[in-house]
Write a protein that binds this ligand. Structure first.
Ligand code: ADP
Length: 161
């Protein structure tokens, strides 16, 4: 049976840190489904549709990765519908761990058989966050080493407006 992991997130925007987690996830699972939330409470730079389109452009070549909109409801329900056996998330530091732990415990209460797999961020990506990248890009800083080229260009265009 194909082992599928669901990687939910806001990805506003997708960073090289997310890319690393997705790539490493495909070494553990047969397929990683990236589910992009479109109704996030966080104020987003890119609309849901833009984030999905950008992620598809960046990840579309990888046959082991699928990009879909989040169903807007419970992530565990979405996992069930997809036949996913695990939720994939990334952890950069203790703060991430505490946050991820509480989400994982809550999800376990909803669906005990669904495992949360946390991948430790690679050292070179530990300091990358979507929010910091947005701050730097807003002031015209260099983000070329932090995000894929397609994302860099889209951010430049966004902030030029
Ligand atoms: P959310 O709004 O759900 O936290 P994000 O897009 O901010 O969504 O992050 C999605 C997941 O990716 C989270 O598990 C987060 O901890 C992880 N993540 C974010 N940045 C990195 C990074 N640089 N390296 C590894 N994992 C990361």
């Amino acid at each position: 049976m194909k082992k599928i992991a669901l990687f939910p997130g806001s990805f506003d925007p997708l960073t090289n840190g997310h890319m690393d987690t997705i790539r490493r996830g495909t070494h553990v699972f047969d397929e990683v489904v990236v589910a992009i939330s479109t109704n996030t409470s966080k104020k987003s730079l890119f609309t849901g549709e833009e984030r999905i389109s950008l992620a598809k452009q960046v990840l579309g070549d990888n046959p082991k990765v699928k990009v879909v909109p989040h169903n807007g409801g419970l992530t565990v329900e979405m996992a069930k519908e997809l036949g996913a056996t695990a939720l994939l998330r990334g952890v950069r530091n203790v703060k991430d761990f505490e946050y991820e732990e509480s989400i994982a415990m809550m999800n376990r209460l909803q669906a005990a058989e669904l495992e949360t797999v946390l991948l430790l961020a690679s050292p070179e990506y530990r300091f990358i966050s979507s929010s910091l990248i947005k701050e730097v890009a807003m002031f015209g800083g260099d983000i070329s080493q932090l995000v894929p080229k397609v994302i860099e260009d889209a951010m430049k265009e966004k902030y030029a407006k």
